[in-house]
Design a protein around this ligand. Structure first.
Ligand code: 5GP
Ligand code: ZN
Length: 112
């Protein structure tokens, strides 16, 4: 099993846990792009949001809810951004589905 996020989730690679439950694990990004930069990943290995189908809807919704819960816990009352990169053009570099939570500074739009 070579997936780096699966290894983070099973504890064989260290990470800074932010939130976890039976469906997902949230941890601090190694190279934060904002004062708060957390990744929320499903415990189940799914390579990309592009590999999901309708039966994954509850899990996908849970990831968004968990990210918003972390945002509330982090006190991001002024706002934040949730991002899911998919595939090469989407800028995905780790092939294990994850939601980025970015906050703690004003974020520009559009992204690069
Ligand atoms: P992507 O580019 O796939 O949307 O996001 C992957 C994210 O994973 C990047 O923001 C990158 O900094 C983060 N990342 C890559 N390797 C590690 C790691 O070993 N530990 C942690 N905590 N984050 C990582
Ligand atoms: Zn994985």
């Amino acid at each position: 099993m070579s997936c780096i996020f699966c290894k983070i989730i099973d504890g064989s690679i260290p990470s800074t846990a932010v939130y976890e439950d039976e469906l997902c694990y949230a941890f601090a990004d190694l190279h934060p792009q904002a004062p708060v930069h957390v990744l929320v990943a499903p415990r189940e290995h799914i390579a990309s949001v592009d590999d999901t189908d309708q039966s994954d809807g509850l899990l996908l919704g849970h990831l968004l809810w968990a990210a918003s819960e972390v945002a509330r816990e982090k006190g991001l009352a002024k706002g934040y951004r949730l991002v899911v990169n998919a595939g090469e053009d989407g800028g995905q570099t780790v092939d294990h589905l994850h939601v980025h939570l970015l906050g703690g500074r004003p974020l520009t739009w559009p992204p690069g």
